[in-house]
Design a protein around this ligand. Structure first.
Ligand code: ATP
Length: 251
């Protein structure tokens, strides 16, 4: 498989606080990769470093054969990296405006065509083009986040906790949508999650712990690793034992 994204010993953080301590991982073309880790492990920081929102202190980010380490976030988008934050969309912009923002670097003609595709993928959004992002249900917000990210026609989407705040029913729906997009658009995906429902969707899994990648392998290897099964899955069940937040279903 051809490598699309290669992170070489990344170090980064905020001011004097170092969060990533030499994280290395790769995503191949058309591969869905899951990044697991408990709260505070550094998942968000890793994704933001890939997107260019947090500067790289040391190490290298190579994407599609190009060294992006020092590029500004907008140029990373232009190279084909789509970043979806945990919030995913802009609450005080309408559905249409969010999509337009996602397609900022595309022409109006490309955006009209792409928005039409997004509305076909996500009929709920088509029903409410003028509704504010913040007025959508939790599940719809995530769909808008995915649609907004896809507007830039990325080769790789980097997503931060697409399941957060959603009930199990909506988590299932988000996974279905991601599976569909992975097959339909041959999208490569790097998804940071704590929810183990994503395990079966992933072709490769990394575990991030205290800013370092401590495991990389497929789901069978992960489940076959006693230490990870006992410690990590125990922890993730504890984390997810909180009730889903009320943004779940109601608009
Ligand atoms: P979570 O699932 O809780 O979001 P995470 O694995 O995504 O966790 P990060 O959000 O990357 O982890 O946080 C890693 C560490 O960096 C934490 O100790 C956090 O407190 C710290 N941190 C995150 N953002 C900032 C910031 N803007 N300034 C200072 N420290 C930060």
């Amino acid at each position: 498989m051809e490598t699309l994204l290669d992170l070489e010993a990344l170090e980064s953080g905020y001011g004097l606080i170092q969060v990533l301590w030499g994280s290395s991982l790769s995503v191949c073309r058309n591969q869905s990769v899951l990044l697991l880790g408990i709260n505070g492990a550094g998942k968000t920081t890793l994704l933001k470093t890939i997107a260019g929102l947090v500067p790289t202190w040391k190490g290298k980010i190579v994407f599609d054969g190009v060294d992006l380490t020092r590029l500004k976030p907008n140029l990373r988008i232009a190279h084909g990296i789509g970043y979806m934050s945990e919030l995913g969309m802009v609450p005080n912009l309408t559905v249409e405006e969010n999509l337009k923002l996602g397609g900022y670097f595309r022409t109006d003609k490309e955006n009209r065509k792409r928005a039409g595709e997004m509305f076909d993928y996500f009929p709920d959004l088509k029903a409410y083009p003028k509704r504010m992002g913040g007025a959508l249900s939790g599940g719809q917000r995530k769909m808008l986040g995915v649609a907004k990210t896809l507007m830039s026609m990325p080769k790789l989407v980097v997503m931060d906790e697409p399941s957060s705040g959603l009930s199990p029913k909506f988590v299932k729906k988000v996974i279905e949508v991601l599976k569909f997009l992975h097959e339909r658009e041959n999208l490569s995906m790097l998804i940071a999650e704590q929810n183990v429902s994503f395990l079966d969707f992933a072709q490769k899994i990394y575990i991030l712990d205290k800013g370092q990648v401590t495991f990389g392998g497929d789901v069978e290897e992960l489940k076959g690793n006693d230490t990870i099964r006992e410690t990590y899955f125990g922890i993730s069940q504890t984390v997810r034992s909180q009730p889903p937040s009320p943004v779940g279903e109601t608009p």
